[in-house]
Design a protein around this ligand. Structure first.
Ligand code: 2AM
Ligand code: CA
Ligand code: CA
Ligand code: CA
Length: 283
């Protein structure tokens, strides 16, 4: 049982408020952003809207929970991952918010309407709340540990597809051209002959929300970060799905190579990635 402090606003309400307010603002900045040069990787973009959105979220969270810790993508060096030290600190901190202010920045920059705000709350390293908001469709995905996942108040459930061949699987094109992209391409190639169809929308968090909603039967990508996954992983699990790393270990905030599915196709998905040498993990 999570010992919430009595008399405080519920963290779920704060997360929902943060995600929807920030999402509305992001939408209002479509086509009116300034691109900031990170020079990290050619495909790794960041704008003033990413930074501004993260500041809005931080401010709102700290107004209600001044003693909580926040791990946000724009709070680390450009292109940096959530470091091992940051994650080990995170596991120790009682309440840790894991925030991606815009997941799908490349889409946002080009006006491709597939991006979202992703906010998770972890208690001693375990995700207990996940909220994803898609401002272009006004879709709000919310999960609380043990209480199910909801899309605007309607129960979210994963798809019934029993085999890879029955559904759509999403993949990602991480901008890291040394390791992640080539690995993902191997996975993509192998899945192409197995899944009914493939998609790559460019937002890890929305892919996870779509697995939870039963629109995708699975999603695979290596080279992600804690903030891409945390909220979506809980939302998938609470919708009846399964989230693991690419070799089948259970989800944890340190996982970067991800497989999420409706559960029924999970083993098949892991097997295809293993035989294609596309897990990104050497065992
Ligand atoms: P972002 O838009 O928040 O940066 C697309 O494959 C996914 O990869 C998106 O969720 C995107 O998140 C993420 N992504 C973008 N650049 C990345 C990087 N340098 N390392 C890891 N993930 C990245
Ligand atoms: Ca980014
Ligand atoms: Ca992201
Ligand atoms: Ca981001």
């Amino acid at each position: 049982k999570v010992p919430y402090v009595v008399g405080r606003k519920s963290p779920t309400a704060v997360a929902i408020n943060c995600a929807s307010k920030t999402g509305e603002w992001i939408k209002s900045r479509l086509g009116a952003y300034n691109e900031l040069n990170t020079k990290h990787a050619p495909g790794d973009l960041v704008t003033d809207v990413d930074k501004g959105a993260e500041m809005m979220i931080r401010k709102l969270i700290l107004t209600h929970f001044p003693d909580h810790t926040i791990l946000g993508e724009e709070g680390v060096a450009p292109g940096a991952a959530a470091s091992a030290e940051a994650l080990s600190e995170a596991r120790k901190s009682e309440y840790l918010w894991i925030v991606d202010p815009i997941d799908g920045t490349t889409n946002f920059v080009h006006g491709f309407p597939f991006f979202c705000v992703s906010i998770a709350l972890a208690y001693k390293g375990e995700v207990i709340i996940g909220v994803i908001y898609d401002p272009m469709r006004d879709e709000l995905f919310v999960a609380e540990k043990g209480k199910g996942a909801y899309i605007h108040g309607q129960r979210a459930l994963v798809s019934k597809d029993a085999a890879l061949a029955d559904g759509i699987v999403a993949v990602g094109f991480n901008p890291d051209r040394e390791f992640a992209l080539p690995t993902n391409m191997k996975g993509l190639n192998a899945l192409a002959g197995q899944a009914q169809s493939l998609r790559a929308g460019g937002s890890a968090a929305l892919h996870l929300a779509y697995v939870a909603a039963g629109r995708l039967s699975g999603y695979y990508e290596v080279g992600l970060n804690a903030w891409d996954i945390a909220a979506g992983a809980l939302i998938v699990a609470e919708s009846g799905g399964i989230v693991t790393d690419t070799v089948g270990n259970p989800y944890d905030i340190g996982v970067r190579h991800l497989v999420a599915s409706n559960g029924k196709i999970h083993k098949e998905l892991l097997d295809v990635l293993k035989s294609a040498d596309a897990t990104g993990i050497t065992q």
